[in-house]
Design a protein around this ligand. Structure first.
Ligand SMILES: Cc1cc2nc3c(=O)[nH]c(=O)nc-3n(C[C@H](O)[C@H](O)[C@H](O)COP(=O)(O)OP(=O)(O)OC[C@H]3O[C@@H](n4cnc5c(N)ncnc54)[C@H](O)[C@@H]3O)c2cc1C
Length: 801
C-alpha cells in the first residue's frame, strides 16, 4: 500500500468514488481511496438506485441534473454499465399546494434547461396507468428520472478514477487521522500510515465516527428506510415499455418497475433513527429486520393509489440505514477550524447528488472555489452551536417531510426554540410569530388581537399580510424597532487591521467614525460577502453581514489570516436594536444626552439610557435609521429605554417580513438572493462599492478589473409585476419577446407602494426603464415593467438628509 498521497478519501461508497473520480478528472492523479471493506459496503449497496432532479434548492437541482447526465459519460469512459433505466417519472399533486409547488419547480426548470412538463390526469393515465387518479390535480413529468444499478455505478466511478491515476485500497480501515504541525495529515490505518496533504471524509454511515477522529462533530444522523419489491404483476410485465417512476407525496412513497414487478419505498411518519449512540464498526453488508408495522398506514394508502399492489406478493424487503443532515442536504466542503480536511457526507440521495457533490468538492480543493453557489450544501451552514441534541430531531423532521410540500415561507418546528435572545419573552408577550435563522429565534412579525400566532405556509400570500402592512406603515410614517441580533458581527483589531481589510474586502475601508459598504470577493471575482465596515479607530473595526454566514465568513477569514490582525466573531456577543423611520432621530434625542447629529454612515459610541452603545446611522429599510449595539446583558435595559421613549413617536416593533418588504422599495438586494457566489459585482451593481483607486491588490481584483473592462451580459433589474395572489419568490423565469431571457432572484409585495416587486437578472440589452416582460408565477404569465426609480425616498433625502 502507498504511504504517501496528495489526497486520501476515506470511504468507498458512491460519494467517495465520485470525489475520487472528479479529482482525477480535474487533474489530480496522486489520489487514493481507502475502504474498510468492499466498495459499496455502507448505505450504497442496498439503495433503490432511483434518481431525479427535483430539489427545493435550485443549485442542488442543477447538480442533480449534472449527476444524472454523468452516468452516460462514465459508461463511455469505462465501458462498464451503470444499469441505467431512463424511464422518466411523474410527481403527483392531489391538492392545490402540492400543485403550486410543482408549478414553481417547472418554472425554475425553464431557465435551468431542464425539460420537465406539467401534465393533467389524462396524460398521467397514459404515462402511469396503474395510478388511481381520484383527487389527482396533475403532475410534474421529468424525462430524466430513472434508476440504475448502485453497485455497477459505484464500480464504474471507481474504474474511471483508476483510469485517471487514482489508487483504491479495500479492506483498509482508517483508525486515526492526526494533523502534523505543517497542516498535512497522518491517516493511520490497520495496514499502516498514509501521509496525505488532504483528507476527505466520505465515511457515509460512519462519517460521524470518522469526523470524531479529527475532533470534528458532523451534524448528520442515520435513519432506517425500507422498500419492498413485489412478485410479478401482469399489468407491469405485459406492458411494451418499462413503467415510469411515480412519486406520490400524499402517500410519501416512490414507486418504480423492478424486473416484472414493482418496487415501492416509503418515507413513513412513524420513522426511526438508527444507531443513535454511534454506528457500530461491526455493521457491514447486512440489512435491518423487516418492519411492516411502521409502514402499515403507508401501505394502506399505496393500495388505494396503486390498486395492483393489493394482490401482489412480496418478493423481498430491503430495510437499511442512510444518513441525513438536519436540513436534508449534503455536508460538503472544508470543515471550519481545520486545514485541508474536507467533508463529503450526509448525502441522502447518493445517486441523484453524488456526481454534483464530487464535482463541487474537487473544484473547491483544486481550484479554490466552486463554479456555483453551494451554500445549501456547505458544511459551514451550521455554526459551532450545532449538537447531536439538535441534529436528531431535525433529521427525524426532515425524513418525515421528505415528500411534503416545501413552502417558501415555512418555519419548521423541530428543535425549537433553540437559541434565544434576552428579548424572547418580551417579544413573545407582544405577539411575536417566530422564525429561525442559523439556530436563532428571530421575529417574523407581530400578531395582534385574535390574529393567529402561526403563519400559514403558502406559495401565495399568507396570513402575515395585515401584520406586515401595519409594521411597514409604522416604519414609513413613524418609527419601527427591531433586533440586530441576527447580523453576523466581527471585531477586527490590530496594527495591520486596515491593511488586512484592504486586502480581504474589495471596497473602501472607512476613516475613523465612518462606515462603508463593501463586497467581499473570491479569487475568481464572485460575491462571497456583503459587509458593512465600521471604523472605530485605525486599529479597531467592526464588520456586519449576514448572520447565517458566520461559519463561512470565519473560515474565509482564517484561510486569509495575517500577522498583526485578530478577527473575532462577536455575532452573539453584541446585540441591540435598529430604529428606523422618520421619527427615529426624535427617539434617539429622547434617550441620550450625547449629540445625535450623526450624518449618514457615521458611527460613534453613545450612552443610551444607562448603556454604553455603538450607534451607526445606516438602515436596510431605506430611510432614516440607526443601528444601536450593546452587550447582551444590557439589552433589556436598552429596550425599555427605547420603547418607553418611542411611544409618543408612534413606535412599533417590526419583524423580518416587514424588513424584506421595506428593502424592496429601494431595490436593495439581500444575501443569497441577489448577492451570492453565483453572481459577480457588475452583474448585481455591487461594483459601485469597489474601491478601484485603492492601493491594494484585494482578493478578486484581477477578475473584477476584467469584468469592468468587459461588462457582463446580464444585469440585476427591478420590475413592477401585475400579480394576483402570489408574488415572486425566487427563480421564476422572466420572459421577454416570447422567450425566457432571465430569472428572478427575489421579490415580494411593497406594502408601502402597494405593488408587487421582483428583482431579477436579464440581458443588459433589455435593461432599460419601461422594458416590458412577463414573469411566470405559479403557472401564470404576469405582466412586468422594468422600473429604475425607487418607490420610497427616491432622492435619498430621508436616508442621507
Ligand atoms: C433502503 C435504502 C434505499 C435507498 N434508495 C436510494 C435511491 O433510490 N436513490 C438514492 O439516490 N439514494 C438512495 N438511498 C441513499 C443512498 O444509499 C445513500 O445516499 C448513499 O449510499 C450514500 O453514499 P456514501 O458514499 O455517502 O455512504 P456509504 O455508502 O455509507 O459509504 C461509506 C463507506 O465508507 C466506508 N468507511 C467508513 N468508515 C471507514 C473507515 N474508518 N475506514 C475505511 N472506510 C470506511 C464504509 O465501509 C462505506 O463503504 C437509499 C438508502 C437506503 C438505506
Amino acid at each position: 500500500m502507498k504511504t504517501q498521497a496528495r489526497v486520501v478519501v476515506i470511504g468507498g461508497g458512491v460519494v467517495g468514488v465520485s470525489v475520487l473520480y472528479h479529482l482525477t478528472k480535474l487533474g489530480w492523479s496522486d489520489v487514493m481511496l481507502v475502504e474498510r471493506s468492499e466498495l459499496t459496503s455502507g448505505s450504497t449497496w442496498h439503495a433503490a438506485g432511483g434518481f431525479h432532479t427535483l430539489n427545493g434548492d435550485t443549485n442542488m437541482a442543477a447538480l442533480q441534473g449534472y449527476t444524472i447526465r454523468l452516468y452516460k459519460e462514465l459508461e463511455e469512459i469505462t465501458g462498464m454499465s451503470c444499469g441505467l433505466h431512463h424511464v422518466g417519472g411523474i410527481t403527483l399533486a392531489d391538492n392545490r399546494d402540492r400543485f403550486d409547488m410543482l408549478l414553481a419547480e417547472r418554472a425554475k426548470h425553464r431557465y435551468m434547461g431542464l425539460d420537465t412538463q406539467i401534465v393533467g390526469p389524462d396524460e398521467i393515465a397514459k404515462i402511469a396507468p396503474i395510478t388511481n387518479l381520484d383527487g389527482i390535480l396533475g403532475a410534474l413529468y421529468d424525462p430524466l428520472d430513472g434508476h440504475l444499478d448502485p453497485s455497477g455505478t459505484t464500480h464504474a466511478y471507481a474504474k474511471a478514477a483508476r483510469m485517471g491515476g487514482a489508487t483504491i485500497e479495500t479492506h483498509v480501515m482508517v483508525q486515526e487521522t492526526t494533523q502534523r504541525p505543517d497542516g498535512t495529515w497522518n491517516v493511520v490505518t490497520d495496514k499502516g500510515t498514509i501521509h496525505a496533504e488532504h483528507v476527505v471524509n466520505a465515511g457515509g454511515l460512519w462519517a460521524r465516527e470518522v469526523g470524531a477522529m479529527a475532533g470534528v462533530y458532523l451534524p448528520l444522523h442515520p435513519m432506517e428506510h425500507q422498500y419492498i419489491v413485489t412478485d410479478e404483476i401482469a399489468e407491469i410485465y405485459e406492458r411494451d415499455s418499462e413503467h415510469p417512476h411515480v412519486m406520490d407525496p400524499a402517500g410519501e412513497s416512490y414507486l418504480r418497475q423492478e424486473g416484472r414487478g414493482l418496487c415501492i419505498g416509503f418515507y413513513e411518519q412513524p420513522c426511526r433513527p438508527w444507531a443513535v449512540g454511534g454506528t457500530p464498526w461491526t455493521f457491514g453488508h447486512e440489512l435491518l429486520p423487516d418492519d411492516f408495522d411502521k409502514i402499515e398506514d403507508s401501505i394502506a394508502f399505496a393500495y388505494k393509489r396503486f390498486p395492483v399492489l393489493e394482490t401482489a406478493g412480496v418478493k423481498s424487503v430491503i430495510h437499511g440505514p442512510f444518513t441525513f443532515a438536519p436540513d436534508g442536504n449534503p455536508l460538503v466542503g472544508p470543515v471550519p477550524g481545520l486545514r485541508n480536511y474536507w467533508s463529503a457526507c450526509g448525502v441522502m440521495a447518493g445517486f441523484s447528488q453524488g456526481g454534483g457533490v464530487g464535482l463541487m468538492l474537487a473544484q473547491w480543493m483544486i481550484e479554490g472555489e466552486c463554479e456555483r453557489d453551494v451554500s445549501a450544501m456547505d458544511v459551514a451552514r451550521f455554526g459551532n452551536w450545532i449538537s447531536p441534541g439538535y441534529t436528531l430531531p431535525k433529521v427525524i423532521e426532515n425524513y418525515q417531510k421528505r415528500f411534503s410540500v416545501s413552502y417558501p415561507n415555512e418555519e419548521l418546528p423541530a428543535a425549537r426554540p433553540n437559541r434565544t435572545t434576552m428579548m424572547y419573552d418580551i417579544f413573545d408577550d407582544m405577539g411575536a410569530v417566530w422564525g429561525a435563522q442559523f439556530g436563532l429565534e428571530v421575529v417574523n412579525y407581530f400578531a395582534e388581537g385574535d390574529e393567529a400566532r402561526y403563519e400559514t405556509p403558502s406559495f401565495r400570500r399568507s396570513n402575515a399580510w395585515e401584520a406586515t402592512a401595519r409594521e411597514v406603515k409604522a416604519v414609513r410614517e413613524a418609527v419601527g424597532i427591531n433586533e440586530v441580533q441576527n447580523f453576523g458581527k466581527y471585531e477586527v483589531t490590530g496594527a495591520n487591521a486596515r491593511d488586512w481589510l484592504d486586502r480581504v474586502m474589495a471596497g473602501r475601508v472607512p476613516k475613523p467614525g465612518r462606515l462603508s459598504l463593501t463586497p467581499m470577493l473570491s479569487h475568481k471575482g464572485r460575491l462571497i460577502g456583503d459587509f458593512t465596515i465600521s471604523c472605530l479607530s485605525d486599529t479597531h473595526f467592526q464588520l456586519t453581514a449576514s448572520y447565517g454566514s458566520q461559519a463561512y465568513h470565519m473560515r474565509w477569514f482564517e484561510q486569509n489570516a495575517s500577522d498583526g490582525v485578530t478577527v473575532r466573531n462577536v455575532s452573539d456577543a453584541l446585540t441591540g436594536f435598529q430604529i428606523a423611520g422618520p421619527n427615529a432621530r426624535k427617539v434617539l434625542d429622547a434617550v441620550t444626552r450625547d449629540a445625535t447629529d450623526l450624518k449618514f454612515m457615521d458611527v460613534r459610541t453613545m450612552t443610551i439610557g444607562m448603556t454604553p452603545c455603538l450607534v451607526q446611522r445606516v438602515s436596510y429599510t431605506g430611510g432614516l435609521g440607526y443601528e444601536i449595539y450593546c452587550e447582551p446583558v444590557a439589552q433589556r435595559q436598552l429596550w425599555h429605554t427605547l420603547w418607553t421613549a418611542g411611544q409618543e413617536h408612534g413606535m412599533r416593533p417590526f419583524g423580518m417580513r416587514a424588513m424584506m418588504s421595506l428593502r424592496l422599495d429601494k431595490f436593495f438586494g439581500s444575501w443569497l438572493s441577489e448577492f451570492s457566489p453565483d453572481y459577480t459585482p457588475a452583474e448585481t451593481g455591487m461594483d459601485r462599492f469597489i474601491a478601484w483607486s485603492k492601493n491594494s491588490d484585494f482578493i478578486g481584483r484581477a477578475a473584477a478589473e476584467a469584468e469592468r473592462a468587459t461588462p457582463p451580459d446580464r444585469v440585476l433589474c427591478a420590475f413592477e409585476v401585475a400579480v394576483n395572489d402570489a408574488d415572486v419568490n425566487a427563480y421564476e423565469p422572466i420572459w421577454i419577446d416570447g422567450t425566457v431571457q432571465g430569472f428572478c432572484t427575489s421579490g415580494g409585495y411593497s406594502h408601502h407602494a402597494g405593488t408587487s416587486i421582483a428583482l431579477g437578472l436579464i440581458p443588459r440589452a433589455h435593461a432599460a426603464e419601461g422594458q416590458m416582460a412577463q414573469i411566470e408565477i405559479l403557472g401564470e404569465m404576469c405582466d412586468a415593467t422594468l422600473i429604475t426609480t425607487p418607490l420610497y425616498d427616491a432622492d435619498g433625502e430621508q436616508m442621507r438628509g
